[in-house]
Each structure stands twice: as C-alpha cells, then as structure tokens.
Design a protein around this ligand. Structure first.
Ligand code: PGA
Length: 251
C-alpha cells in the first residue's frame, strides 16, 4: 500500500511569525497518522524556523523550489544543499506558477529533479494542463511530455513524487472531478510503468488544485490518487487538518 501524502504549499505567504504559528497549530492537531505523511512547504525565509517547530513530529519540511547548481554566482537562487541544511526532506519542482511566471522549462525541471535526487531531497514534480489545453483535447500529450521530460535520464524513481495539478483548478475553486483526476493519474502511472516497470506501483501521485476538506474524500477514493498538494486550504489549520483527517480515516 502506498503511503499517502498531504503537502501544504504556502506559496509566497506567511512571514516567520505567521509560519511558526501555522506550523504549531498543525502540529498540535495531528495525532498518529496511520499510513501517511504530512508535508509543509513554507517560503524560504521561514524554512529553518518551521523546521525547528516540527522536529520530532510526523510533519516533514519541503521547499517550494531550488536551483540545480551546488553553489556559485547565481544571485537570488537557493542551492539544494542549503535546503537540506534547513531540514528539508522534500522539494516542489516545476509548479505551474514557476513554469508560468519564472519560465521554468521542462529541461530546467529535469535538471532540478536530477540534482534534488543526487543530494537526497525528494522531488515533488508538478505537471498539469491549462484550461485551453484541456479544451483542445491535448491534456494527455501535455502531461505525458511533462512527465517524460522531467524524468529524462533518471533511472531510479523510488524517491520521486508526482503531483498532477491541472492549471485551471489551481486557486480557482474549480476542482477536477474525481473521474477527471483519476483518468490522468492512471495515465501518468501507465507512463511510469512503461518507463520503470513494477516500481511504478509504489510511486505516489498527488492531486492538486482547489483541494478542500469537502472534496478530498471523493478524490482519495480513486485508485491512483495517493494524496494532495494543497495551496489555499493549507493556510488555515482547520482546513488543512480536515484534509489530513479525512484521508487518514479512509486509508
Ligand atoms: P490551490 O493550490 O489548492 O490553492 O488550488 C494548489 C497548488 O498550487 O499547489
């Protein structure tokens, strides 16, 4: 049985004090998790402080992005080793907002995934089609390309998590139906099977895009949905905890 994940992507929100307060509330609200992992991804400036708060709890730390070089003259970038230094276990790579506003290409995503794996960070690789692409009927070719390119030249995927996040569902309140999501999740798993064989059955594929405590129950009942990457609803302890509790009860 795959271990489920609920990951909170705080994006460019919460200063240090707010991040600490949120992390504390989440920590207090979580008891024993049956077979799951809770991940929080605060902004860079709060990683260390949040890492200190969640030490010894079932919550693990993630960054929202990284650069693919170890060190050097790359003003404004953050190296993978620096993330490990703050206590990160995971790093989100290729989020659609990175792809859209900061022009992260499929090639950048691939370089970052390789680098993350090399230093022992687990990448959460985001893929997903835009509204226009879904309407045009090219969802599978877009998602297929993103998955294959992200994994180019990578032979071990045990430590990789994939997040399917339809761009039209992110921050819009327009969640994908469980059938729509399952269809793409299965499509992604089939690609992983083709590329890596049986291990594909162990890889976690998360759904992201307007997930709330109200809609997660239906999504998590789907065979190939192994958890959620949550934006808006991860910023309030109650909203985030209700997602965690619903999944924990069902799995
Ligand atoms: P949302 O964001 O839950 O606010 O739609 C999800 C994400 O961007 O990861």
């Amino acid at each position: 049985m795959r271990k489920w994940i609920v990951a909170g992507n705080w994006k460019m929100q919460n200063n240090i004090a707010e991040s600490i307060a949120l992390a504390k509330s989440i920590k207090e609200g979580i008891t024993n998790l049956n077979n799951g992992e809770v991940v929080v991804a605060p902004p860079f400036t709060a990683l260390y402080s949040v890492g200190e708060i969640i030490k010894g709890s079932p919550i693990v730390l993630a960054a929202q992005n990284m650069y693919y070089e170890d060190k050097g003259a790359f003003t404004g970038e953050i190296a993978p080793g620096m993330l490990k230094d703050t206590g990160c276990a995971y790093v989100i790579i290729g989020h659609s907002e990175r792809r859209k506003y900061f022009h992260d290409s499929d090639e950048d995503v691939n370089l970052k995934v390789k680098k993350a794996l090399a230093v022992g960070l687990k990448p959460i690789v985001c893929v997903g089609e835009t509204d226009e692409e879904r309407v045009k009927g090219v969802t599978q070719s877009v998602v297929g390309r993103q998955v294959r390119k992200a994994l180019n030249d990578i032979d071990k995927i045990d430590n990789i998590v994939i997040a399917y996040e339809p761009v039209w569902a992110i921050g819009t309140g327009k969640v994908a139906t469980s059938m729509q999501a399952q269809e793409v999740h299965k499509f992604i798993r089939d690609i992983l099977k083709e590329l890596y064989g049986a291990v594909a059955g162990d890889i976690r594929i998360l759904y992201g895009g307007s997930v709330t405590g109200d809609n997660i129950g239906e999504l998590i009942d789907m065979e190939d949905i192994d958890g959620a990457l949550v934006g808006g609803a991860s910023l309030k302890p109650d909203g985030f905890l209700s997602i965690i509790k619903t999944i924990d009860k069902k799995r």
